[in-house]
Design a protein around this ligand. Structure first.
Ligand code: FES
Length: 104
C-alpha cells in the first residue's frame, strides 16, 4: 500500500506501507522530515502530527477523545483534518492516502 507525505518545502515522499503499520512508523522508519514520533505511538508527544488531505479525512477515521486533546496542543497548530499519524494504520481503504506535514 502507498502513502504520500507532502512536505512544507513542496517536496512529496511516497512510501510503501504494509497493512497494519502506523503512518508514523512508516514515516520515521524512512526519515520523512518533520515526523518524529518521539513517544513511539503512545499519543503523548504529538510530534507525529499530520494534516490529512480533505479527500481522505473521512476514510482515515475520527480521532479518539484522547487524540483530540493532544491535537489541541500540537506545535504547528491544529487544522480541521489534523491527526496524530501514530493513530492511523494502513488498510486497503487507505491505499494512496495523502498527508501534509505541517511546518513546525
Ligand atoms: Fe507520539 Fe504519535 S508518536 S503522539
Amino acid at each position: 500500500r502507498k502513502a504520500t507525505w507532502k512536505l512544507a518545502d513542496g517536496r512529496a515522499i511516497t512510501l510503501d506501507v504494509p497493512e497494519g503499520q502506523s503512518l508514523m512508523e512508516a514515516a520515521t522508519r524512512h526519515g520523512v522530515p518533520g515526523i518524529i514520533g518521539e513517544c513511539g505511538g503512545s499519543m503523548s508527544c504529538a510530534t507525529c502530527h499530520v494534516v490529512v488531505a480533505p479527500d481522505w479525512a473521512e476514510r482515515a477515521g475520527t480521532p479518539s477523545a484522547f487524540e483530540e486533546d493532544m491535537l489541541d496542543i500540537t506545535e504547528a497548530g491544529r487544522q480541521p483534518t489534523s491527526r496524530l499519524s501514530c493513530q492511523i494504520r494502513m488498510t486497503a481503504a487507505l491505499d494512496g492516502i495523502v498527508l501534509s506535514v505541517p511546518e513546525a
